[in-house]
Write a protein that binds this ligand. Structure first.
Ligand code: PHE
Length: 359
């Protein structure tokens, strides 16, 4: 509907006539003068804002009109108000259309371009590497297992051949969970190894499994120590499983991680749940002559591993005369740091978006 300025002016004229017929007070005079100014406006300059004010004035000042004129003035003023609101709405529409037209006529505007990309999150670097390793191991027929993060003392220590007075209980800086005296003692698991025994009890040998997950230690925190970090346990139980199988599996693991053949070496290492136990080092994937990552040695400590101790097999209900196995404990957090060049382990779980956005 096109707003009709002339009809509004006519309505105002009628209000003015009503005012003139009344005995003029100071108030009615000032009102009349304001309305006259509006009417005197040229059509072009009769803006919506002026109309609104014109409609509000008589409505707000109704009591200055003589009784017999109030009915007429009220009706006219309402009509003006309606016209003004309609004019405003029309003007808004027109402004929108003008803005759109201006944008469309803008040089270089291309309606066929895709809209701006929606900001989209990404997977945490630990999740990325975990999934890659899960793909790698499942492609070789391994199973992925999970275990509780709050673990019994039995699975975390005893079943792993760590005797009650063994220093490993202390060296692991255990977070003990407060329980009532006499109740099963609970810990925040200090490693993923307890799932070794849980797996043995659940699965029939032969089997191969990895266990990615969170572990907890009461550490003094610094760039390479965090109270919560990630490990990935590996466990193979079968007939005639030997150190040779362990080495082959670890070389495959490295090929999967770094995308090429990487030389390894085994050093003796001690863990009560493996015998023999090893520290496996890999040739530094970042240099040939020594760099800051390998501390100028060209070797990086990659993971502890070894042949499953017969006592652990027994704790898992498996006959060590019939079955053997190997296990490894990959430091997932450390591996993620190596892979992405992250210099402080505390970044991993700090939840800072500025860090996470980079992956
Ligand atoms: N669970 C040991 C640790 O945290 C690592 C390990 C796993 C060693 C498996 C040998 C075999 O630290």
């Amino acid at each position: 509907m096109t707003h009709d300025a002339a009809s509004v002016r006519a309505l105002l004229g009628e209000i003015l006539a009503a005012l003139a017929s009344a005995s003029e007070s100071d108030e009615t005079r000032s009102l009349r003068e304001r309305l006259e100014r509006f009417v005197a406006h040229s059509d072009d300059a009769l803006t919506s804002a002026v109309l609104l004010e014109a409609s509000a004035a008589p409505l707000g000042a109704m009591r200055v009109f003589p009784k017999e004129a109030r009915g007429l003035v009220g009706a006219k003023a309402n009509a003006i108000k309606q016209a003004a609101l309609a004019a405003l709405a029309e003007e808004e529409q027109a402004a929108l259309a003008r803005a759109l037209a201006a944008e469309r006529s803008h040089a270089g505007f291309d309606a066929t371009l895709p809209p701006p990309r929606q900001a989209c999150g990404s997977l945490h670097p630990i999740t990325q590497v975990t999934r890659e390793l899960e793909d790698l191991f499942t492609s070789m027929g391994w199973t992925i297992l999970d275990g509780p993060e709050v673990e019994t003392e039995h699975f975390n220590f005893d079943a792993l051949n760590i005797s009650p007075d063994h220093p490993a209980r202390d060296t692991m800086d255990t977070f003990w969970v407060r329980t009532a005296p006499g109740d099963t003692r609970l810990v925040m698991r200090t490693h993923t190894s307890p799932v070794q025994v849980r797996a043995m009890r659940r699965l029939q040998p032969p089997f191969r499994a990895i266990v990615p997950g969170k572990v907890f230690r009461n550490e003094a925190l610094d760039a390479s120590h965090e109270h919560t970090f990630h490990q990935m346990e590996g466990l193979v139980v079968g007939q005639h499983v030997s150190v040779g199988h362990l080495i082959a599996a670890m070389k495959t693991l490295l090929r999967g991680i770094f995308g090429r053949e990487i030389e390894i070496r085994l050093r003796p290492g001690y863990f009560p749940f493996v015998e023999p136990g090893f520290e496996l080092d890999a040739r530094c994937p970042f240099c040939t002559e020594g760099c800051s990552v390998c501390k100028r040695s060209t070797w990086i400590e990659l993971l502890p591993c070894g042949m499953v101790h017969p006592n652990v097999l027994k704790a898992g209900g498996i006959d060590p005369e019939q079955w053997t196995g190997f296990a490894f404990g990959l430091g997932l957090s450390r591996l993620v740091m190596l892979r992405f060049g992250i210099d402080d382990v505390r970044h991993l779980l700090a939840g800072d978006v500025r860090f996470l956005e980079q992956f």
